[in-house]
Design a protein around this ligand. Structure first.
Ligand code: NAD
Length: 375
């Protein structure tokens, strides 16, 4: 087999390990942080004592807390955070949370050294010129891998869309992944975010942009997610919780270089119009898109199906569908409120730049047909 030419870039330093949150002080000191701006969600960090622990670890330093990040963070929240960060004159950002907190933190860091509103960057009126404030990302869900990506996905209410910025300067400086922090996820959040990791892994695996490095990461992430998602959600045993954190993290590393394909853009109208959590909005399409792609993937799927002990792409789709059923994830669009007449609009808004990287070309008409099979 002839080796492919490829490029790969990962400037983020990584510490992964159960209990590693307590090493935060060492990392802050290495980055020479004295005034720390914390970006996090509205409730859980306080509720589960993460704020208390953090201020204890950072004793002697100044900690300014911005705990206002909502799910699918908005332009308004990011701009407000950026303004408060500027006023606080902090020299380092820590963002602690699921993908929402991490994406917002990265955008706020970028805006400290680049002028204007995040909207201007999302609308491509401005481009990021220089690296923002140093940032440490600490994930508390196992789904997005955002701790190691340059993406900030932000809700643009006026456009009813979730565009992203992804300048290379937006890679975090340090990702601290402590799977123990994910133990407090409610069942629904664990299922939804875990399914997001599985979707990202599958999309990364079959992307036409994939290369040998990203494909290996995606391959391992699929295997980890298929073998551990159910027990990580139902039994929460340490081994499967760590393996889901690893699956999510590996998808982040691969996705940072190749992005997603057709499923992620499809999720955005489902989240925006029907209030469905990001991972559920992605996964609802996963089995149907696997069936759609299976015939153009026969060679690529061979090793994966062998490892998973499955005879065909259809059997892979069936297995994920029954996993979703056992985990009580929505599997039909009608379950989340979608009516047949909304499908053409979903197909129109559900096509993004990365749809072109689907292994089988996918048209608006194909998406309409896919949506009909899962209505
Ligand atoms: P989230 O960050 O929106 O969190 C979901 C909910 O879980 C929130 O209410 C949050 O407060 C709560 N939560 C988070 N961690 C918790 C914990 N340990 N204990 C208890 N509650 C906890 O969910 P998410 O799925 O991680 O992130 C979704 C966002 O990430 C979307 O906006 C999506 O578009 C974006 N995303 C970004 C990337 C990227 O590379 N930047 C990739 C995929 C998705």
């Amino acid at each position: 087999m002839e080796a492919e030419d490829f490029k790969f870039y990962m400037p983020t330093r990584i510490r992964f390990g159960w209990g590693s949150f307590q090493e935060i002080r060492q990392i802050v000191d290495e980055l020479k942080g004295k005034r720390i701006f914390l970006v996090t969600g509205r409730n859980f960090a306080k509720k589960y004592s993460l704020l208390d622990k953090l201020s204890n670890y950072l004793k002697g330093l100044t900690l300014v807390v911005f705990a206002e990040i909502e799910e699918n963070p908005s332009i308004e929240t990011v701009d407000r955070g950026a303004e408060q960060c500027r006023k606080s004159q902090c020299d380092l950002i820590i963002s602690l949370g699921g993908g929402s907190g991490l994406d917002a933190g990265k955008a706020i860091a970028m805006l400290q050294r680049n002028p204007g509103s995040i909207r201007e960057y999302l609308d491509q009126e401005r481009a990021c010129q220089t690296k923002g404030l140093p940032i440490i990302t600490i994930p508390t869900t196992s789904g997005t891998g955002s701790e190691v990506t340059p993406f900030s996905v932000i809700t643009h209410k006026a456009k009813k869309a979730k565009p992203a910025i992804a300048p290379p300067q937006n890679f975090p400086d340090f990702a601290l992944v402590d799977p123990e922090l994910t133990m407090s996820m409610p069942f629904e959040v664990a299922v939804s975010t875990g399914l997001d990791a599985l979707c990202q892994a599958v999309e990364g695996f079959w992307s036409t942009q994939a290369n040998p490095v990203t494909r290996s990461l995606a391959f391992q992430a699929i295997q980890l997610a298929m073998e551990n998602l159910e027990s990580a959600c139902l039994r929460k045993d340490q081994e499967s919780v760590v393996n889901m954190a690893l699956a999510s993290h590996l998808t982040g590393i691969e996705m940072s270089n190749v992005g997603n394909t057709s499923i992620h853009p499809l999720s955005y109208p489902i989240t925006l119009d029907y209030g469905v959590a990001h991972g559920f909005a992605c996964a609802i399409f996963l089995p149907a898109v696997i069936r759609f792609n299976a015939q153009s993937m026969e060679n690529r799927f061979k090793d994966l199906l062998h490892i998973l002990n499955l005879p065909s792409g259809d059997a892979f789709a069936d297995k994920i569908d029954s996993l979703m059923k056992r985990l009580k994830a929505p599997r039909r669009l009608s379950e989340v409120g979608v009516k047949a007449e909304a499908i053409p609009e979903i197909a129109k808004r559900g096509m993004g730049r990365s749809t072109a990287w689907n292994p089988r070309p996918m048209t608006e008409e194909d998406i309409i047909q896919i949506c009909k099979t899962i209505l």
